[in-house]
Design a protein. Structure first.
Length: 209
């Protein structure tokens, strides 16, 4: 009986040791671990840069426009290096008509949404308020009469010049596909389709004249 009692004690001790070892080696539940410095088991949400989000959406809409542009342009006869100015003009006007027909319902703000316009105006204000602001504004307005009653999806008038964009502003704006470019017309910033010579969209009154 004594030896049997000792055996029971030994078996019980071994079982207890096995259970303790199993518990200590079990992996920690990371889903319930507190985030350092927060006292919370849920990771903190990352702040959203609303300006970057607005510009990313703008660039996505630009790329959608360019996809349509390329699809329509591919239906036209290809130009060659030997194409005459008249052939180039004919090709351009044919592309203009195709895009205008495909975007009959286009309106201001389709590509430059209100959120994107706010970011552009903020950037222009920042640059034109700097030490070189007056000179940059003067260069933009030089030989820049503007376009009366400018409309989205209309052909930019051949007889009216467009102003260049200061490099400081281009650095802050999203890089465009080669079919598109930014231009100032008066104090409006337009998005121009350079192949079709079309105003794809614009931001009105980006700065005070």
């Amino acid at each position: 009986m004594a030896s049997r009692g000792r055996l029971i004690v030994i078996v019980t001790a071994l079982l207890c040791a096995s259970i303790a070892c199993t518990r200590s080696s079990a992996p920690a539940d990371d889903s319930k671990a507190a985030v350092p410095g927060t006292g919370s088991s849920t990771p903190p949400s990352q702040p959203v840069n609303e300006d970057a989000k607005a510009l990313a959406g703008f660039l996505e809409r630009v790329n959608q426009y360019v996809t349509l542009h390329q699809k329509l342009e591919n239906t036209l006869p290809k130009l060659s290096k030997e194409s005459t100015p008249q052939q180039v003009d004919t090709h351009q006007r044919a592309l203009t008509k195709l895009i205008q027909d495909a975007r009959q319902d286009a309106k201001q703000g389709d590509i430059f949404t209100p959120e994107a316009q706010a970011v552009v105006k903020k950037l222009v204000t920042k640059i034109f308020s700097g030490p070189d602001g007056a000179g940059l504004r003067a260069s933009v307005m030089d030989e820049n009469p503007g376009v009366p009653n400018m409309k989205v999806n209309s052909r930019y008038p051949d007889e009216i010049p467009v102003s260049t964009i200061p490099p400081q502003l281009l650095e802050g704006l999203p890089k465009l596909p080669e079919e598109m470019e930014y231009r100032f017309v008066g104090n409006d910033l337009i998005l121009m389709d350079t192949h079709a010579h079309i105003i794809a969209d614009f931001v009105p009154d980006t700065f005070t004249k």
